[in-house]
Every structure is written in C-alpha cells, then in structure tokens.
Write a protein that binds this ligand. Structure first.
Ligand code: DX5
Ligand code: ZN
Length: 223
C-alpha cells in the first residue's frame, strides 16, 4: 500500500475543512495532523478539539502525529476526537509500552516515531507491537525544512528488520518530502509519505499528489 498524507501544518488554517477536502479531492487518502505542545518541540499547533470538528471533513485516514511530551496522558482525547492512527515519539516522557497499550485499547492504530538523532534500534523492541513506524526526515517542529537524505539508511534498517522478522508495519517518512526525494524514500522501504509544503504550495495539488504516488509506486522496494 502506498499512501500520501498531506500535513495540515502547511494548510491555510482559516479554511481548514476546505483544505482537507481539497487534499482528498486531489487524491490524498491520509491526512497528517501535526500536534505540537511547545515543550517536546519548540512550536505549538492544534489539539483534540480542532480534530473533533475537522473529523467530519476527513473521509480517509486521520493520521495524528503527537509531538508532545506526554502522549500517554492525551491519547484518549485524540481517539475520542476521531484519530485513526495515533503516532507518539519514543523520545517522549511517556513509557512506550504503556502508550502502545493505551492507544491500542482506544481502538486506534499505533505508530511510534523517531527523531533524526534517535537510532532505529531504539524502536526494535516495539516493532511487533505497532502498526506503523514514523521516521522523521527533519527535526520535528516546523514545516518547510529540507529533507534529510541521511535518514534513508535508518528507513532501510527498519524495513529490513520488519522483513526479517515478518512484521507487517507501515513505514512513514515525514519532513521535506517532494517529487524528487520520494523515490529514494520508497526505495529505502517507506510506503507512507507525509508532505506539507510541497503539496500545499503546488500550483496543482492533484498533479503533485499523482506524481508523488507514481514515483513512490515505481521505486517502492516492497513490491
Ligand atoms: C514537522 C511535522 C511534519 C511537517 C511536514 O515537525 O511533523 O509533518 O509538517 O511538512 P513539510 O513536508 O513541509 O516538511
Ligand atoms: Zn508530522
């Protein structure tokens, strides 16, 4: 499965519902909802109440990325607001196993994320317990940053471990993804691609998403 997940961090928040519908009309099947608490990352965005009202505009997968210090405490709010996937950071203050179990108990799919400086081995103990791994290809906190190509060996390491162990885990990359570098990310083993500024700044979002999907499908190692 190849999915493009436009990050609403780059959208016009004054017309958020329209922006989400525009993305899905353009071919997006996931919507990436970036939550930042101003503590885990040096930026503050939006929380569960906004997702609750935005959820009616999302037909596809509500892909919630918690860049917060205490995901264990807030997971339930996002599940109740309509999250389909809740991804937390292994570097957060919450115990990873407790957080995985909590998100699972809420009926959501579980994602675990690693910042650029965190080695893949940090999440190996959880690969058989999660549905998705999110590899940051920028320092979390802001959209519009440049893609960190040196994260590709980490993507490939996670892909190989999942293949060897026969774990069926989606691998999502997040940060600076565009129509050029998506091929190397797919070739390394990623199958879900977050993209904010590239898609929201594109003249034609449908053309851009179509190109992103085509290139990812062509290059994806896991055919
Ligand atoms: C950064 C966020 C990303 C970001 C992606 O902390 O997690 O989802 O919004 O935006 P671009 O594609 O512009 O890097
Ligand atoms: Zn994100």
């Amino acid at each position: 499965m190849i999915a493009i997940s436009p990050s609403i961090l780059s959208c016009d928040y004054s017309i958020m519902g329209n922006e989400v519908e525009r993305m899905e009309d353009a071919g997006a099947t996931w919507i990436h909802y970036d939550v930042m608490d101003g503590h885990f990352v040096p930026n503050i965005t939006i929380g569960a109440p906004v997702l609750k009202s935005l959820r009616k505009n999302i037909k596809g997968v509500a892909d919630v990325h918690l860049m917060i210090s205490d995901p264990l405490k807030y997971a339930e709010d996002f599940a109740k607001a309509g999250a389909d996937v809740i991804t937390f950071h292994v570097e957060s203050d919450s115990n990873p196993m407790d957080t995985i179990q909590k998100i699972r108990s809420l009926g959501c799919k579980v994602g675990i994320s690693v910042k650029p400086k965190t080695p893949a081995s940090e999440i190996f103990p959880y690969l058989d317990k999660v549905d998705l791994v999110l590899v940051m290809t920028v320092e979390p906190g802001f959209g519009g940053q440049s893609f960190m190509a040196d994260m590709m060996p980490k993507v490939r390491e996670i892909y190989d471990e999942c293949k060897t162990q026969n774990f069926s885990v989606d691998i999502e990359v997040d940060g600076g993804i565009n129509e050029i570098n998506i091929s190397e990310a797919a070739a390394a083993g990623a199958n879900v691609f977050v993209s904010g500024s590239t898609i929201f700044k594109a003249k034609d979002a449908k053309e851009m998403i179509t190109t992103l999907i085509e290139r990812a499908e062509q290059a994806y190692i896991g055919k």
